[in-house]
Design a protein around this ligand. Structure first.
Ligand code: 9UX
Length: 72
């Protein structure tokens, strides 16, 4: 099964920022799909909860240099 995680991302100011965050999320084991929107400062991630957790997704964003908080 797949879960959807939505994160608020702070600190992105250009499309290279969004690409950096998207790549960081897509590199997490268990992530199927990650989309990051600059305008809304949000990320939507589909992931397999057997291999990843929401906290790991947040950590991946923060390790890439941005602030993340859980929306849903
Ligand atoms: Mo764009 Mo983001 O030039 O850290 S990559 S501002």
């Amino acid at each position: 099964s797949t879960l959807l995680c939505r994160l608020q991302i702070k600190g992105m100011t250009c499309t290279s920022c969004t690409n950096t965050v998207e790549s960081a999320l897509q590199a997490v084991n268990g992530v199927h799909k990650a989309l990051v929107a600059l305008a809304t400062e949000e990320a939507e991630i589909c992931y397999d909860p057997r291999f990843a957790s929401a906290n790991q997704l947040i950590e991946a964003v923060e390790d890439s240099g941005f602030e993340a908080t859980l929306i849903t």
